[in-house]
Design a protein around this ligand. Structure first.
Ligand code: KG4
Ligand code: ZN
Length: 330
């Protein structure tokens, strides 16, 4: 059994967690920065980096306290090394390196996407490789065949915006507030998903790729038309996104030989309409459906600690001069 300290700081959540290789979450602490970014309607990288600097050490100390362990009892330190806003990534990675050096512990540099990709295995011990993963977050929208730790076959990606980005832009266009995903989901509950005719970009195309830029423009035109309530536009937008995600995932199923589960992860996986639609698809295809609990879908450090535990168990550790990477495909 190994005990891993995980650190996350790649976007606008600062987080520290302690997770064991036998799937016990001993502590997970998180400090969001919504209030700092809200006046700007989006994440401001410089403000994010400064907030990570202030928040991270107290979170680490708090997590160690919650778990009742000292740094000396930790087996490895896992930190997000990218992709993300580089100033923020550097804060978490440099802190991880410093702690690893000071305590004489190995460092595991974790790809944030790998954190999302492996997170469903933290809470579901029966989820074996390979599985088909729909990874939907603010920066990424991909279909991956997860074949093992460090073995990810990308079947599809977005040719423009990510799904979460489309939620955030729609929220901004409709004046629903920040962060956008949960705001659109809330508004959609009071709207008619069939009210506004919106496009389903790339639906039916042979390759399972995604596109959301045209949908965002259509939302903008629908708002400018002044015909519909924001709730109806939100509900129609969400229905269009779900439709696209489903159609593209169906297309990828043919290429996911051997997969026994359909898995969804990343911030947009917190959306109930997305979860319900994918669950139906999995059931119809005789696949298990696995989605992490909501708190594990959006950015957190437990998923980084868990990916660190999986990598550490597989024998992967990293040198202390490893660089932070703003872009880092899986
Ligand atoms: O994984 P995540 O926390 O950060 C990234 O790695 O990007 O994902 C954040 C994204 C944001 O775009 C946010 O609007 C979206 O996930 N999101 C949601 C919901 N909760 C978060 N989108 C739709 N419905 C939600 N309930
Ligand atoms: Zn993320």
């Amino acid at each position: 059994m190994a005990l891993i300290l995980g650190l996350e700081s790649s976007c606008d959540e600062t987080a520290a967690a302690l997770v064991t290789s036998d799937r016990r979450i001993l502590a997970h602490r998180l400090a969001g920065q919504e209030a700092a970014h809200r006046p700007y309607g989006g994440v401001v990288p410089e403000i994010a980096a400064r907030a990570h600097v202030e928040a991270l050490m107290p979170l680490i100390e708090g997590a160690l306290g919650d778990a009742g362990v000292s740094l000396a009892e930790v087996d490895a330190i896992a930190a997000t090394a990218g992709p993300g806003l580089i100033g923020g990534v550097m804060v978490g990675l440099v802190t991880g390196k410093a702690l690893a050096h000071a305590a004489g512990k190995p460092l595991v540099a974790v790809n944030h996407l790998e954190g999302h990709a492996l997170s469903p295995r933290l809470t579901d011990p029966d989820l074996d490789f390979p599985y088909l993963l729909l990874l939907v977050s603010g920066g990424h929208c991909q279909l991956l065949l997860v074949e093992g730790v460090g073995a990810y076959r990308r079947l599809a990606t977005t040719i423009d915006d990510a799904a979460g980005e489309a939620f955030d832009k729609t929220a901004k266009l409709l004046g629903l507030g920040f962060p956008g995903g949960p705001a659109v989901e809330r508004a959609a509950l009071a709207g008619n998903p069939n009210a506004v005719p919106l496009p389903r970009p790339l639906k039916g195309s042979a390759e399972p790729h995604f596109s959301f830029a045209g949908l965002k423009s259509a939302v903008s035109r629908a708002r400018d038309a002044g015909t519909w309530r924001a709730e109806d536009i939100a509900a129609s937008f969400q229905a269009a996104v779900v439709d696209c995600l489903l159609d593209r995932t169906i297309r990828a199923l043919d290429r996911a030989q051997g997969a026994t589960a359909l898995v969804v992860a990343g911030g947009v996986a917190a959306n109930q309409a997305v979860r319900l639609a994918l669950e139906g698809l999995a059931t119809a295809n005789g696949l298990r459906f696995v989605a992490p609990p909501l708190w594990l879908c959006t950015d957190n450090a437990a998923m980084i600690a868990w990916a660190g535990a999986e990598r550490f168990a597989a024998g992967f550790t990293d040198p202390l001069d490893i660089a932070a990477r703003p872009r880092w495909p899986l």
